[in-house]
Design a protein. Structure first.
Length: 115
């Protein structure tokens, strides 16, 4: 019984932490998107964000092996270990379509749509 209560409290505390992080990003005028990488593919493949505002990209690698999130047009790259996540901060960008991919897997590609 006590173990169940502790588990529920841990879930609530974790949820509050996520909401606080999102609120902080919004307070900084920063947009945030979350990309998952699983089975060699990104999801969503074409997320959309507002233009002219800084951006936080959270990449969750659900595969067992490492991947490298890379975008030449956004000028970012980051190796993300298997079963982990990374946070990338991107400067404010103009409207357009910005390609990203896994540098370790040519077929894993997507586009960030900035409007």
């Amino acid at each position: 019984m006590l173990v169940d209560v502790v588990r529920k409290l841990m879930v609530v505390a974790g949820s509050l932490g996520v909401m606080l992080a999102m609120t902080q990003a919004q307070a900084d005028g920063r947009n945030e998107i979350c990309l998952t990488y699983a089975n060699g593919q990104f999801e969503p493949k074409e997320p959309t964000v507002p233009a002219d505002a800084p951006l936080t990209i959270r990449v969750k690698n659900l595969d067992a092996k490492a991947m490298e999130f890379e975008s030449e047009t956004l000028k970012i790259e980051k190796v993300v270990a298997g079963n982990s996540e990374a946070v990338l901060n991107v400067r404010a960008v103009k409207s357009g379509r910005y390609e990203f991919h896994n540098d370790f897997n040519e077929k894993a590609r997507g586009f960030l749509i900035v409007q």
